[in-house]
Design a protein around this ligand. Sequence first.
Ligand code: HEM
Length: 176
Amino acid sequence: MLGIPEKDGELFINWIHDILELGIKDDRILMQAVQEMSAYFRRPDRAAQEASHRRPDFDVDERAGQERSAAVRRACAGTLRLLLIAGIDTTWSAIGASLWHLAKTPADRKRLIAEPELLPTAIEEFLRAYSPVTMAREVMKETEISGCPVKPGNMVLLSFPAANRDPAVFPDADRS
Ligand code: HEM
C-alpha cells in the first residue's frame, strides 16, 4: 500500500518501538526515531507514485507528476507516517494480547478450536477487553467533563480501556 520494500520491516519495527515504548520516557530516543522516520519518508515522490501505481484507489498526491507545494509534500509525508504507525502498533498489540489471553485461558482456547464460528465474536471481545488503541483529543472550547473544567489547548485522553469495561454498558465488564 505504501510502496515501500518489505525488507525495511526491521527499521519500522525499531522506530515504532522507540517512538511508542522507549520514547515515552526518553525524549532523546523519541526525537531520534521521529527524525529518522521523517528522513525516510522525505522521499514521498517515490513512495506515493509507487503506491498509486499499484493501488489506483490509494492516491495520496493528486498532483503526481507536477511540481508539488511544501504543504502537499508535508501532508503526503504525514499520511505515510500515520499509516505506517497506525498499521503496526494496533495490530501487534491486538494480536499479542489475544495470543496472551488464549495462552493463559485454556478453556477459551479449547472452545474456539471446537467452535471456530465464534471467531468474529472472540475478536470483538479481545478488542474490547484489551483495548489496544487509545486516542487523545485537543479541547477546542472551555467546558467541563464530568465536573472537571477544561480549557482550549488542553489535551484529553479518551480512555478506551475504561469505557470498554464500563459495567453500565457491558455485563460482566471486567471478566476477560
Ligand atoms: C486492531 C487494529 C486496529 C485498531 C483497534 C484501530 C483503531 C483505530 C481508531 C480507534 C482510530 C480512530 C482514531 C481517532 O479517532 O482519532 C483509527 C484511525 C486510523 N487507523 Fe486504525 N486501527 C487498527 C488497525 C489499523 C491498520 C492496520 C491501519 C493501516 C494499515 C490503520 C490506519 C488508521 C488510520 C490511517 C487512521 C486515521 C484515520 C483518520 O484520522 O482519518 N488502522 N484506528
